[in-house]
Design a protein around this ligand. Structure first.
Ligand code: G3I
Length: 479
């Protein structure tokens, strides 16, 4: 049974020199002919969504159930598709016998045996493996995820896993895979340093997967995502977008507006990979809404095909992204954004505001002095009319602080019968005195009738001068 419309994704990915993949649900593969037809027609890279995780593969010690994983690998072979195995060590879906009852040496033996048995079984059939998944958690004191491996073995489990994997199959590519590191920020910084240190120790890591489970509510701008992909690539790593899906549940307005915002998000993420030379492929975390994991989270619409396999606007987003086309940006919605009219249209919620020629940049900048807290900064109010349709929007500004600082932008939102709230739309870091771009994409969701919306740029500690130039907030479109 053919896919609902002529398949175009795989050919576009091939033309872009990129792998185009999807997570594969083994039940759907077995039971749904249209799932199989669409999968074979549109993709050339498969990641078993669950079948190659430790629990499904080795439910009891040394007793393997290859059934579901073999079915996916065989389907890939029959359809000339590559396979990425997913994932050896993660905090979820481990078998019950992998528990704190194991001593450190028993757990090490279990890990080594699982990795090497599985990679031997699939030798020559699996292009790459997610060896370690989501090992970073900046909420913990160590910065590492408190999974059973870290708790029993400490962080060395990561290097050991990659070394044992390389021993098992020297030809397989070995990936580290992480969630929530698409933007430059604390978590991606920790992952970057961790991988840099491991590579410096000679640990065999070939690539990194940026999962990209995002929402139209807020996701990295193309410049932010590309800068982040590029810095990991500069470590010598292959880069993958490894689990992309886009929730649209926050957006207000019509289904069409939400579908357009979702299309733009897919376009931007896919284009970022096509425009970054070290990004070898994009894998969607499923392709039809019928089988998305996000149903578990109450979201039923994150993928590129409807439940009955009709192309969604998101499909066109992936297609445009594979052609290297970034979303278009409309007119700037902010007033006096280059400060040509001095401080007109701008205020500050503390301290003093002045405008002068921006040292190190063309044109003027607005500087705020005498700030009494990190949340104090440059403000433009009365943006409700410009932003009330919800977006999507692209924000960017050039920012400088007199001390190395985190830099942020937020929308200040007041809604009927609700407490005022600040919706962070961009975060980055800057060394003292350097101009950096602060940017992000966003879609606005309102929890009640919106009364006012303002923009604030802030971040550095109290008493640190903050300067801002070229502040832009633009609608994102496809035409
Ligand atoms: O296979 C059992 C079935 O026998 C049982 O009847 C059923 C009801 O309990 O559960 C089935 O297992 C479920 C499995 O998906 C297969 O459907 C698990 O409960 C369920 O937790 C599991 O969810 C998966 C989730 O990872 C947790 O492992 C999702 O499908 C999968 O999309 C999701 O994917 C993860 C990536 O591996 C890592 N990155 C994050 C991503 C989203 O959480």
């Amino acid at each position: 049974m053919a896919a609902a419309t002529d398949p175009m994704l795989k050919a576009a990915a091939l033309a872009a020199g990129r792998l185009l993949g999807t997570a594969v649900d083994e039940t759907a593969l077995t039971n749904d002919p249209q799932y199989r037809a669409t999968l074979a027609a549109e993709f050339d890279y498969v990641t078993p969504e669950n079948a190659t995780k430790w629990g499904p593969l080795e439910p009891t010690a040394s007793n393997y159930d290859w059934t579901h994983a073999d079915a996916i690998v065989q389907f890939a072979r029959d359809n000339q598709m590559a396979v990425k195995g997913h994932t050896f060590l993660w905090y979820q879906q481990n078998p019950s016998w992998v528990s704190t009852s194991l001593s450190a040496s028993e757990l090490q033996s279990a890990i080594k045996s699982h990795i090497q048995t599985t990679m031997t079984h699939y030798q020559g059939l699996v292009r790459a493996w997610d060896v370690v998944n989501e090992a970073v958690d900046t909420e913990t004191e160590s910065g590492y995820k408190d999974n059973i491996f870290f708790e029993t073995l400490g962080p060395d489990y990561i290097a050991d896993a990659f070394r044992w994997a390389r021993e098992a199959d020297p030809d397989a590519l070995l990936f580290y895979n992480e969630i929530g590191i698409e933007r430059v920020g604390e978590k991606s910084d920790f992952a970057y340093q961790m991988l840099s240190d491991l590579l410096a120790q000679g640990v065999p890591i070939d690539g990194i997967g940026f999962q990209s489970h995002v929402s139209t509510h807020r996701y990295p701008s193309d410049t932010d995502l590309r800068a982040n992909l590029a810095r990991f690539a500069a470590l010598g790593l292959r880069v993958n977008i490894s689990e992309a899906d886009v929730r649209d549940t926050v957006m207000p307005g019509s289904a069409e507006a939400r579908a357009l915002a979702q299309r733009i998000a897919y376009q931007q993420i896919t284009a970022a990979c096509v425009l970054e030379p070290a990004c070898e492929g994009i894998t969607l975390w499923g392709f039809t809404d019928e089988y998305t994991w996000l149903q578990q989270e109450g979201d039923f619409n994150p993928l590129v095909f409807t439940r009955d396999y009709q192309n969604k606007p998101a499909y066109q987003g992936v297609l445009d992204g594979l052609r290297g086309l970034l979303p278009k940006r409309g007119n700037n919605l902010l007033r006096n954004s280059d400060f040509a009219a001095g401080v007109n249209e701008w205020t500050t919620n503390a301290g003093s505001l002045s405008v002068a020629a921006a040292s190190g940049r063309d044109g003027n900048a607005a500087c705020v002095d005498g700030r009494s807290a990190a949340g104090d900064g440059l403000v433009q109010s009365e943006l409700l009319n410009q932003l009330s349709d919800g977006g999507p929007f692209a924000f960017s500004a050039w920012v400088r602080a007199d001390m190395s600082s985190e830099l942020d932008a937020s929308l200040l939102i007041a809604e009927q019968d609700k407490d005022p709230r600040e919706f962070n739309i961009a975060t980055t870091y800057a060394d003292a005195g350097t101009w950096v771009e602060l940017s992000g994409y966003l879609g606005l969701g309102f929890e009640a009738t919106p009364l006012s919306v303002g923009l604030k740029v802030y971040g550095p500690a109290a008493q640190v001068q903050l300067c801002v130039a070229d502040v832009v907030l633009q609608p994102l479109t496809v035409e």
